[in-house]
Design a protein around this ligand. Structure first.
Ligand SMILES: Nc1ncnc2c1ncn2[C@@H]1O[C@H](COP(=O)(O)OP(=O)(O)O)[C@@H](O)[C@H]1O
Ligand SMILES: [Mg+2]
Length: 224
């Protein structure tokens, strides 16, 4: 459970999130809104990538400001661009990096990497150069690299924006199959089918908060 308690964020003197208060408990939560409305800023607050100027964010009671390590072990973050996420030369090495904070023995790391590669249907690329994969393959590797440490919550910031439709669908299907709680920012409202809750962000505030069939039409109407 993530609690956002009266959070204000200012970037370069401008208010980007304005007194946002949310209690996030649902299994599937979508975040939509115009470019520049504050969606990425909100997403980054949820695992302590960004700290609030006012208010607090807590994950299972751990404050992102004072307990960053505990928060990051619970909340994984998938970026829009997998190139920002993949750092090691090969796919298997990159997945192993995600286990580093757990300080496991080498044999346990090998086993865990192998199981995760299998789970994400990536076993055949274990020794391939991660940077030479296609966009869709890279995003799946990045996702596997986040999920290998078994976070309780996955936050995704437009994880399919750089992908073609086929790969976007594959990544969203893979994310949909995860058992953990997922909070995803997206411009593709069709990806929010079956979600429990959708937040519409507008100029740094939560303009709408409800089920997809309430929130999405309210957002689409605001565009016309
Ligand atoms: N590092 C930064 N410094 C200054 N302003 C920023 C920074 N990052 C984002 N912003 C501004 O904050 C606002 C919200 O950005 P962001 O959360 O990225 O929006 P979204 O993800 O909804 O497109 C935008 O106006 C953006 O220009
Ligand atoms: Mg963004």
């Amino acid at each position: 459970m993530i609690s956002v308690d009266h959070v204000t964020v200012r970037l370069q003197g401008r208010v980007v999130l304005d007194d946002v208060a949310l209690s996030l408990t649902e299994r599937r939560i979508g975040v939509i809104g115009d470019n520049g409305s504050g969606k990425s800023t909100l997403a980054k607050l949820l695992n302590g990538l960004l700290l609030p100027d006012e208010g607090t964010v807590t994950v299972d009671g751990f404050d992102t400001r004072s307990h960053g390590k505990e928060v990051r072990s619970r909340v994984g973050f998938l970026f829009q661009n997998p190139d920002n996420q993949i750092v090691m030369p090969t796919v298997a090495e990159d997945l192993a990096l995600g286990l580093k904070p757990l300080r496991l023995e080498a044999e346990r790391v090998r086993q865990c990497v192998s199981e995760t590669l299998e789970r994400f249907a990536l076993s055949h690329m274990a020794d391939r150069s991660a940077h030479l994969l296609s966009g869709g393959e890279k995003q799946l590797v990045a996702l596997a690299g986040v999920m290998i440490s078994e976070p309780d919550i996955l936050v995704c910031d437009e994880p399919t924006t750089l992908l073609d439709r086929r790969n976007a669908a594959l990544v969203m299907k893979t994310i949909a199959g995860l058992s953990c709680m997922v909070i995803t920012v997206t411009h593709h409202v069709e990806h929010l089918d079956g979600f429990d809750r959708v937040l519409v962000i507008d100029e740094g505030r939560v303009a709408h908060d409800g089920t997809p069939d309430q929130a999405i039409p309210s957002y689409l109407e605001s565009l016309s």
